[in-house]
Design a protein. Sequence first.
Length: 247
Amino acid sequence: MANHDTLFSAPIGKLGDWTFDERVAEVFPDMIQRSVPGYSNIISMIGMLAERFVQPDSRVYDLGCSLGAATLSMRRNIKVTGCEIIAVDNSPAMVERCRRHIDAFRADTPVSIIEADILDIELNNASMVVLNFTLQFLQPDDRQRLLNQVYQGMRPGAALVLSEKFSFEDNNVGELLYSMHHDFKRANGYSELEISQKRSMLENVMLTDSVEVHKARLKHAGFEHAEVWFQCFNFGSLVAVKAGEAK
Ligand SMILES: C[S@@+](CC[C@H](N)C(=O)[O-])C[C@H]1O[C@@H](n2cnc3c(N)ncnc32)[C@H](O)[C@@H]1O
Ligand SMILES: O=C(O)C(=O)C[C@]1(C(=O)O)C=C[C@@H](O)C=C1
């Protein structure tokens, strides 16, 4: 049973900026499940995408892996040989728990867990890359550079899965979906205080983009094909494919 997230249930005197520290890592499975509508569907479907896209003798990257949920889902579904999964996160608390988590399951595909900034990782020979709710935590100025690096490190026919909290160009729709997300959190047992304290901690750290901005960035990076494949309220996921024949 995952530890229950009560981190923000009591009033906090001085709300600092959000970090992925020990306390967050400890309750993370419960927190993300109760905070991100569709999270477990996305994790399962990343496994299905891995079955389709991962090529023999290639690399698979999970960038901002947290506790390794997407890595485990991909590893369970990779049917080809000679692959390696590289899971990267810059939070020591996440990386330490991720190592334990991955070691608890057996599988043929090896996993390397690296504690690093994803901007410093040189990708190569990738047939699949996952950014599952990670890009939103990079400085907006760094986002294009990262996507360029991802595209450059991919083989023809490779896929990027980019999941994010979205903002919307239409204010009416934006407010509706934002408020549906608020309802979703309430329905999952979070109080008004918990919701508002977390929201103000995330305010300076998690700057969201619209689907249009994501698509423009992906196109600029070189991706010939990109589309939203999942959305629930203001959370969703795009798949972007590099043109060419998979070998
Ligand atoms: C919302 S969580 C990702 C959830 C995870 N991908 C999953 O599917 O369960 C965001 C993660 O990105 C990591 N992160 C944020 N910025 C990073 C960076 N520049 N380099 C590496 N990891 C980063 C955080 O430490 C955190 O673990
Ligand atoms: O927007 C919110 O309220 C969230 O809780 C979102 C979000 C995310 O999208 O990564 C933020 C931090 C936690 O890691 C879990 C969920």
